[in-house]
Design a protein. Structure first.
Length: 122
């Protein structure tokens, strides 16, 4: 029985690597999984009552496109900024803030960047 099992295993291996004409099959390497990149820079307004997104250099891998930009302020999703690449957020001095950008590519894969900081009084 063990002999039959070994023969069957060998036949399966041979069938996997060779077709009926004796030509070798080359298994394809799986494509590397690719991810978008979320990236932005910000500054505070002179009066420190606004967080200004200065640049949004988020990107998708070659051949992919970013289809969604979602902004969060203090972990609250702000749908009113969906169409803006560089929004400005109204804030109050004296608190800690978290700004997060989530980008999604045309395959539904997403990436996030989070920046946390304090806006202090003088």
């Amino acid at each position: 029985m063990k002999f039959v099992k070994n023969i069957c295993s060998a036949i399966i291996v041979l069938l996997f690597f060779f077709n009926c004409d004796g030509k070798k099959f080359v298994p394809l390497e799986p494509e590397a999984e690719t991810f978008p990149k979320a990236e932005f820079t910000y500054k505070l307004s002179q009066d420190r009552e606004q967080i200004i997104i200065v640049s949004n250099t988020s990107s998708a891998d070659s051949g992919d496109t970013l289809v969604s930009y979602k902004w969060f302020l203090n972990f609250r999703y702000l749908s009113e900024f969906d169409s803006e690449l560089t929004p400005t957020f109204e804030i109050v001095v004296g608190y800690q803030y978290a700004v997060k950008l989530r980008v999604t590519d045309n395959h539904g894969v997403h990436a996030e960047k989070l920046s946390e900081f304090w806006v202090l009084d003088d």
